[in-house]
Design a protein around this ligand. Structure first.
Ligand code: NAD
Length: 331
């Protein structure tokens, strides 16, 4: 099939390029983000491959359909960027990569936690300037701390296992409880109890209308003083304004985020020569107890290889008229 890739980076070309010979597909890589303005680029392609910050709203999907596109293949797990109702009414199946490397994201969440808890980001900068002072670098142990995990799906479960390995108490909240986690010692509690008991809270649930701004002023007021909040899931799970206020009032102790509510206009691009217009991320960047990475939790060789394989397998299933194992069902 002829596939138009959007929002592509060199690592996409590397991971897909290295296995493309095993398939009969033809890929054109477009660096531009997919939206209603770039959708006409897909004219003449049978499938479109999109990523997390592409905008697959009704207008874009309608244009893709009019231009002959028959399949939307997401090369990611989350699908909050797609208007599924519009896709269904246009008879455009949407497939995704539901699981590629949950460990990649879970380990990145721990990279954020350990950097903040042991201040290695500060130590790195100090040592480069021959400043070997330890003043201000006192951290805290993870051992015996309580970690609250919201969402014990594939990534949340990998995260729980790492946390248990550190000797943490793990409490969790999910709309479905997982028996394997319970057997390993994870205690499911209410959301309110998770907020009030946890020293560290890590978000691993999807972004849905129910979970938007799950972390708001009320939730933050229920957390322990000095709590650490980690988000590697989706930016809008956190109400950024409320989190900034909690950091300013010193109630929230640490914030580690790989995703950001307004990341669409910022992430995956080099803006180092530009003036940032976004006041909220600019404010977040000023806090010494905030660590931001630009949606890179998925970015490991292992995860990229699996994303490429599953995406091309999904497209092959469609081409052969087979059942689409990874089609997103309209709820
Ligand atoms: P998953 O579907 O395996 O698990 C999600 C879990 O969240 C499920 O157990 C589900 O029951 C639970 N859940 C749903 N609604 C909930 C609610 N209201 N409250 C509590 N739990 C709820 O998904 P996953 O593979 O573990 O991925 C989780 C999220 O991580 C994705 O939705 C995606 O947004 C994000 N993600 C981020 C990156 C990154 O690079 N930063 C990479 C991959 C995925």
């Amino acid at each position: 099939m002829k596939i138009a890739f959007f929002s592509t980076k060199s690592y996409d070309e590397d991971s897909f390029g290295s296995i493309l010979a095993n398939y009969h597909h033809e890929i054109t890589y477009f660096e531009t983000k997919l939206d209603q303005f770039s959708a006409p680029l897909a004219k003449g392609y049978e499938a479109v491959c999109a990523f997390v910050n592409d905008s697959l709203d009704k207008n874009t999907l309608t244009l893709l359909k009019e231009n002959g596109v028959q399949l939307i293949a997401l090369r990611c797990a989350g699908y909050n960027q797609v208007d599924l109702e519009a896709a269904s009414s246009l008879d455009l199946p949407v497939v995704r990569v539901p699981v590629y490397s949950p460990e990649a994201v879970a380990e990145h969440a721990f990279a954020l936690i350990l950097t903040l808890s042991r201040k290695t980001h500060k130590a790195y900068n100090r040592i480069r300037e021959s400043n070997f002072s330890l003043e201000g670098l006192t951290g805290f142990n993870l051992y015996k701390k309580t970690i609250g995990v919201i969402g014990t799906g594939a990534i949340g479960r990998a995260f729980c296992k790492i946390a248990l390995g550190f000797g943490c108490e793990v409490v969790a909240f999910d709309v479905f409880q997982n028996e394997e986690m319970k057997d390993l010692g994870v205690k499911y509690v209410s959301l309110e109890d998770l907020f009030s008991q946890s020293d560290i809270i890590s978000l691993h649930c999807p972004l849905t209308p129910d979970t938007k701004h799950l972390i708001n002023k009320t939730a933050l007021s229920q957390m322990k003083n000095n709590c650490m909040l980690i988000n590697t899931s989706r930016g809008a799970l956190i109400e950024t304004k409320a989190v900034i206020q909690a950091l300013k009032s010193r109630e929230l102790g640490y914030l580690g985020i790989d995703v950001y509510e307004q990341e669409e206009d910022l992430f995956f691009r080099n803006l180092s020569e530009q003036i940032l217009e976004d006041e909220q991320i600019s404010r977040l960047m000023t806090f010494p107890n905030v660590l931001i990475t630009g949606h890179q939790a998925f970015l490991t060789h292992e995860a990229l290889a699996q994303i490429a394989k599953t995406t091309l397998d999904n497209i092959t299933q469609f081409e052969k008229g087979e059942r689409l194992d990874n089609q997103i069902a309209l709820k």
